[in-house]
Design a protein around this ligand. Sequence first.
Ligand code: GDP
Ligand code: MN
Length: 428
Amino acid sequence: MIRAYNLFRSRASMANSMLRAGPAAATQKRFLSIHEYLSMGMLNKFGIDTPKFIPAKTPEEAYEAAKKFNGEPVVIKAQVLAGGRGKGHFDNGLQGGVHLVKTPEEVRDFAKKMIGSKLITKQTGADGRICNAVMVAEARAPAHEYYAAILNDRVTQLPVLITSNQGGMSIEEVAKENPDAIITTPIDYTKGLDLKAAEEVAHKLGFSSPKLEKEAAETFVNLYKLFDQKDATQVEINPLVETKDGAVLCLDAKLGFDDNADFRQEDVFKLRDTTQEDASEVEAGKYGLNFIKLDGNIGCLVNGAGLAMATLDVLSLKGGKPANFLDVGGGANAAAVKKAFELLLQSKDVRAIFVNIFGGIMRCDVIAEGIIQATKELQLTIPLVVRLQGTKEAEAKELIKNSGLKIFAYDHLDEAAQAAVQKAETQQ
Ligand code: GDP
Ligand code: MN
């Protein structure tokens, strides 16, 4: 499946957006994200150290989990797929998605407030994301916080190890205010990350003993192994810490995986948690529709990712703003087209709908039937601009004409886009 539409995703991860500053800043690959407790489990399998942790789905489970730490202080962390949890807040007023706590009773109280509530962070948007689980982990006292990530770099066209001795905070800010504090090390993917190179990085970062330097270097090497073997697009550890008692540990982990590798990473992809995704995007996926919400007011329905991108570009050129990306693909039937309309109409901002179909494998008459059915059943009240060309075009036009519905049909993309923009502007 073509993934070009991913270019429109705006929810850039910190690390990716940092690497992609400049002209390519709008680009963002879609990937699977998994919860921190699952990420940590995976790190451990690759020989990478983390604090001991136990996930919990209820306050009682969290309480029982906390008791297993034998009176040692623990941290309770909201399991929500977004960065910036520490500084976030819940919709019920609770500040912070990460708390240092002393007793199992306190853990239970925090879990009560966290589970079932939404956490809002600077990465979730105003709606926030539902917290369905927490992680209870042993608290470790950091002597210093570092940053480490493995990403694909489009400049060198290689995976890179990115590190900084200014971890714990937003890496974008470090990149902006103190770019020299970031070390970027390209990795030869035919050989993996060389231990010597990793040791040099660890030395520059300034771990406090040769032993810790060695441990950090081994961590970097293993992070790359995970990245490579699991088809990851991102491995981000922030913070990676040197603890006061002399250990190198990952206190946080954000892993992303390439959607195109789902067929060979079944064990990873079954860890997907759709409660953390946009409900309409998940719904679209069930109908084979590639749907991504954007923030404009023209609902778009297009076949083919390339044409969909071109459509968004032309709308933008005409001064309009697309409300979504929607590729119905080559095999959509009338029911899928109707579903597509439903998804478009779910957005309150949509002021006009623009259908742009190039009939190849997809027959224009099938789309026309879907449009007519959807327009009638959904009692469409906003203007509908349609441009259909290609296979069964004449039949499609006939169907639309005979439907008696107020559908604005055009032959050319340019004039159709112009009309959609103009109608969206004038529609209240
Ligand atoms: P994020 O805000 O989503 O990135 O969540 P993190 O897991 O990074 O937690 C936020 C911050 O809490 C970290 O940057 C650490 O400073 C702190 N933190 C996390 N775990 C521990 C811990 O075990 N001990 C201490 N002292 N601080 C921790
Ligand atoms: Mn973090």
